[in-house]
Write a protein that binds this ligand. Structure first.
Ligand code: NAD
Ligand code: IPM
Ligand code: MN
Length: 344
């Protein structure tokens, strides 16, 4: 009997720098998943990023958005963002806003072979993804004097806390909020007040609140003491790189940008210009982002298979990229993971 094939339409941005390398490596694992689980992925390639800007004068043309809208979800490689005053917002920030992808889930775990500063880390950072300083509303009101808008809404706070508490229910039932309401009394004050309100709806979850600076220290010293950490946008950006560094580096850190109707999956890391083109970038952050994508698509078995294949490959330790202490290439490591998927 011919097995029934389930089809998913996924748009793909390869991105800049190491983006095309880690995405092409991830596509090797996608191929193995297709074969093993009778799935079919229809891929829609989408232009976005610095190279696209050089070609069209914008990093995310309308034609790209149209293609993304034809897909169920987006797999994105890192894109380079210009820093000049007046330049466009970065591609991920734009997509998060346009598709209202309000939650950025950034799980951080110590994986086998990782050059981690602490063992047994298993934290889920839930980063608010559409508010804070990332509104992009900034101006130079007089020569040498810049101001920026830090957007903070009760609606934005409520929906991110609600999700963080729901996630904690499937984990170790703890949620920590990091804020700086002692200084940012209005903007972080709203988040603190709404956190306390939402926490009353989840009496089974233990909560804690810390000033973000103190939280950063505790994450560095005892990351094992956290389960879910919920943070506004900028704090979440910084603490997720910090936690990834503690657990063995950005090459291992995946993310899911989730909204009510659409989602984008991307590694936490950037385009890494220092190692681009050398085929030494670790593809695992991108491959685990694809695993999160499969989970979101309802393909739980395939998602778990990718995750366990990553772990098995690391445990074997035969194919490790330089950040993991080996000398394998991006594609050697991805090939070994794809092989594990097929051999499950
Ligand atoms: P980065 O994450 O690109 O690099 C930081 C360090 O981590 C570098 O030393 C790099 O070599 C290393 N690293 C990153 N990914 C790695 C991997 N897969 N394997 C091994 N080592 C890895 O951060 P950056 O240098 O601050 O940013 C570079 C560019 O990327 C900037 O233009 C920035 O705006 C952009 N960026 C994009 C995204 C995104 O598209 N989601 C995210 C972060 C940064
Ligand atoms: C991330 C990145 C982006 C962010 C940049 C590239 C705009 O650092 O996804 O963490 O700050 O959100
Ligand atoms: Mn970041």
């Amino acid at each position: 009997m011919i097995p029934c094939v389930r089809k998913h339409v996924i748009s793909i941005i390869k991105g800049d720098g190491i983006g095309p390398e880690v995405i092409e490596a991830t596509e090797m694992v996608m191929g193995a998943v297709q074969q093993k689980f009778s799935l079919e992925f229809e891929k829609i390639y989408v232009e976005a990023g610095l190279e696209t800007y050089k070609k069209y004068g914008t990093n995310l043309p309308e034609s790209s958005l149209k293609l993304i809208r034809q897909s169920e979800c987006l797999l994105k490689g890192p894109t380079t963002t210009l820093e000049e005053s007046g330049s466009e917002l970065g591609v991920p920030v734009k997509i998060r806003k346009i598709f209202d992808l309000y939650a950025n889930l950034r799980p951080v775990r110590t994986l086998p072979r990782a050059k981690a500063l602490h063992g047994n880390v298993d934290v889920l950072i839930v980063r608010e993804n559409t508010e804070g300083m990332y509104s992009g509303i900034e101006s130079e009101i007089a020569p040498g004097i810049g101001i920026g808008i830090r957007l903070s809404t009760e609606k934005g706070a409520r929906r991110i806390f609600d999700l963080a508490f729901k996630k904690a229910r499937d984990r170790r039932k703890m949620v920590a909020l990091g804020h700086k309401a002692n200084v940012l009394k209005v903007t972080d004050g709203i988040y603190k007040r709404v956190f306390e309100e939402v926490s009353k709806l989840y009496p089974d979850i233990r909560t804690s609140e810390e000033h973000i600076d103190a939280l950063a220290m505790r994450v560095a010293l005892s990351p094992q003491s956290y389960d879910v950490i919920v943070l506004e946008n900028l704090y979440g950006d910084i603490i997720s790189d910090l936690a990834a560094g503690i657990a063995g580096g950005l090459g291992l850190a995946p993310s899911a940008n989730i909204g009510d109707k659409f989602a984008m999956f991307e590694p936490v890391h950037g385009s890494a210009p220092d190692i681009a083109g050398k085929k030494i970038a670790n593809p695992i952050a991108s491959i685990l982002s694809f695993s999160m994508c499969l989970d979101w698509l309802g393909e739980r078995e395939a998602s778990k298979a990718v995750e366990s294949s990553v772990i098995k490959t690391l445990e074997k330790g035969e194919m490790l990229t330089p950040d993991l202490g080996g000398n394998a290439s991006t594609f050697d490591l991805a090939g070994a993971i794809a092989e594990e998927v097929l051999n499950l």
